[in-house]
Design a protein around this ligand. Structure first.
Ligand code: NCD
Length: 440
C-alpha cells in the first residue's frame, strides 16, 4: 500500500500541518510526519486544503439489487468517495428488499468488492417494507453485515404496535430504528408540501402535521420502552420543536436533515420540474430557517444525504408521474458549506461533527468519524473550501442525473479521499481501487 505524506493541510480548518498516512493509519502528524516518511512516500500538496475525517452518510439509496440501471453499489460508492465519504449506510428499499441476512450480506459483500467506501447495509424493519410483520432483525444484526440501523425508509412504520416491538427488539443488539415519519392516511396522493404554493398549483399537499404526528408518537414510544430512535430527513419547523422537547426530557432520539432541505423551498415546484420532487417534500423558507438553526444548535444531530438516484424516464416526465427523490452524495458537503459555514452558523469543526463523527456514532461504525490524530485509521478527506464549482450531472460519478442543484455554483471541491490509507480520490478525481490507483 502506498504511503502518503500530506503537506500543509488545515486539520478541521486549524493551522496547516503535515500528515503521514502509512499502513492504513495516520502514522504521524506535524513535524514528525516528514521525518518518519519513507523514501517512496507520495507527497500530496495540501496547501489551502482542509482535512476532515472521512464523511459518513447514514442515508444512501444504492439501488442494488434490483435497479442497477439507476445505481449500483459500485457507482454509488464511487459517487460517495467523490463527495468525500468513506462510509455509507445503504437503505433497505431495494428489490428484493434488504429484510433478510442474505440480502444485507450481499450488499455488504458488493461494497467490499467495489472498495470505494465502507457499505453498512440498513435492514428493513418489516418484511418487504409492507408494515405488517417484523423482519428478521436479529439475524441481520448477527450476520457478517453487522446491521445496527433498521429502517423501512420510503415507507413509515405506521402501526404503533409494530413500531413499539421494533424499538424493544433492537435494544438487545444496540440497534436503532430510523423512522421515515409520514402518516400514510394524511399523505394519500400527496405531491408536494401542503401550503400556499400547493393551493396555487392545484397539487395535493403533504401537510407538516403528517410528519410531526409520527415524530411525536415515536419519541413517546422510545421513552416508554427506553430505546434509541433516529428520525430520518426532518423537514418542518414543528418537527424541530418536538425533537427539541424530546431531547430536553432526556429521550434517546437523534435526527437528520438533508442538504436539499437546508437550501431549497417549495417555491421550486412552480417550475413543475420533477427534479424538485422529493419525499419529504421541499418546505417553506420558515422551515428552512428552523432546520438550519436546529442543526447549528444540535437539536438536529447530523446531515444525511437521502441520495435517491432515479432513471431518466422516472424523472423526465410530468410532475404527477415522476418518482420522489434526488441525488446528493456529491453535493452534500458543498451545500453544507454554503448554507451553514458561509453564513457563519457553523465552523469546519462543526461540519466534521454533523457529516462524520455523529453519523458514525449513530450507525455504530467504529473506525470512522475518528479524530485526526496519530494511530487513528487513515480515513480522511481533503477539501478545497475556496473552490467554487458549477454542479454538472454529466461530470458526476453517480449513474443518475437527478440532482436539484444542476447549474448552481457551490463552494468546496473534494480534492482527495482516503479509505484506511488508500486513495479513492486524488487530484480531485476518483481513483479506481480495482486498478491499483489509476484515475477512473
Ligand atoms: N426520498 C425520496 O424522495 N425517495 C426515496 C424514498 C422515499 O420516498 O423516501 C427513494 O428511494 O427514492
Amino acid at each position: 500500500m502506498s504511503e502518503y505524506l500530506i503537506r500543509g493541510a488545515a486539520l478541521l480548518g486549524d493551522a496547516p500541518t503535515d500528515l503521514l498516512l502509512a499502513g492504513g493509519t495516520i502514522a504521524a502528524v506535524g513535524t514528525a510526519a516528514a521525518r518518519e516518511a519513507s523514501g517512496d512516500a507520495r507527497v500530496v500538496d495540501a496547501d489551502g486544503l482542509v482535512a476532515l475525517p472521512g464523511l459518513v452518510d447514514l442515508h444512501t439509496h444504492l439501488r442494488e439489487p434490483g435497479r442497477e440501471d439507476t445505481e449500483t453499489v459500485a457507482s454509488g460508492t464511487r459517487a460517495a468517495a467523490a463527495g468525500g465519504f468513506t462510509a455509507v449506510h445503504a437503505m433497505a428499499n431495494t428489490q428484493p428488499v434488504a429484510d433478510t441476512a442474505g440480502v444485507v450480506e450481499q450488499v455488504w459483500h458488493l461494497g467490499r468488492e467495489a472498495g470505494w467506501a465502507d457499505v453498512r447495509p440498513v435492514g428493513a424493519v418489516t418484511v418487504g417494507l409492507a408494515g405488517t410483520q417484523l423482519a428478521e432483525l436479529g439475524a441481520m444484526a448477527t450476520s457478517r453485515a453487522g446491521v445496527r440501523v433498521f429502517s423501512d425508509d420510503g415507507h413509515c412504520v405506521a402501526d404503533p404496535v409494530l413500531m413499539r416491538r421494533a424499538l424493544e427488539y433492537v435494544k438487545a443488539f444496540d440497534g436503532v430504528i430510523a423512522q421515515h415519519a409520514q402518516e400514510p392516511r394524511l399523505t394519500e396522493g400527496a405531491q408536494m408540501n401542503e401550503g400556499v404554493v400547493s393551493a396555487e398549483l392545484g397539487l395535493t399537499g403533504w401537510p407538516a402535521v403528517a410528519e410531526e404526528a409520527i415524530i411525536a408518537r415515536d419519541v413517546l414510544l422510545a421513552e416508554h420502552v427506553g430505546s434509541r430512535l433516529h428520525v430520518c430527513h426532518v423537514s418542518t419547523a414543528g418537527s424541530v420543536e418536538i425533537i427539541r422537547w424530546a431531547k430536553s426530557r432526556g429521550i434517546d432520539v437523534t435526527a437528520e436533515v438533508t442538504p436539499h432541505h437546508l437550501l431549497l423551498t417549495d417555491d421550486l415546484a412552480r417550475t413543475y420540474d420533477p427534479r424538485y420532487k422529493v419525499n419529504p417534500p421541499l418546505r417553506t423558507a420558515e422551515d428552512v430557517a428552523a432546520l438550519r438553526e436546529a442543526l447549528a444548535d444540535g437539536t438536529i444531530d447530523i446531515v444525511a444525504t437521502d441520495h435517491a438516484p432515479h432513471a431518466v424516464e422516472d424523472k423526465d416526465c410530468e410532475w404527477g408521474a415522476a418518482a420522489f427523490g434526488m441525488t446528493g452524495l456529491e453535493t452534500a458537503l458543498p451545500v453544507v458549506l454554503e448554507t451553514m459555514v458561509a453564513t457563519g452558523a457553523m465552523t469546519l469543526a462543526d461540519v466534521a461533527q454533523v457529516l462524520s463523527v455523529r453519523p458514525a456514532r449513530i450507525g455504530r461504525v467504529g473506525d470512522h468519524g475518528r479524530p485526526l490524530a496519530a494511530g487513528e485509521p487513515a480515513s480522511i478527506t481533503l477539501v478545497d473550501p475556496a473552490a467554487r464549482v458549477e454542479v454538472d450531472p454529466t461530470r458526476q460519478a453517480t449513474a443518475s442525473g437527478n440532482t436539484p442543484f444542476r447549474g448552481r455554483t457551490l463552494p468546496g471541491r473534494v480534492m482527495a479521499t482516503f479509505l484506511r490509507g488508500r486513495a479513492t480520490v486524488l487530484d480531485g478525481h476518483p481513483v479506481d481501487p480495482a486498478r491499483g490507483g489509476e484515475h477512473a
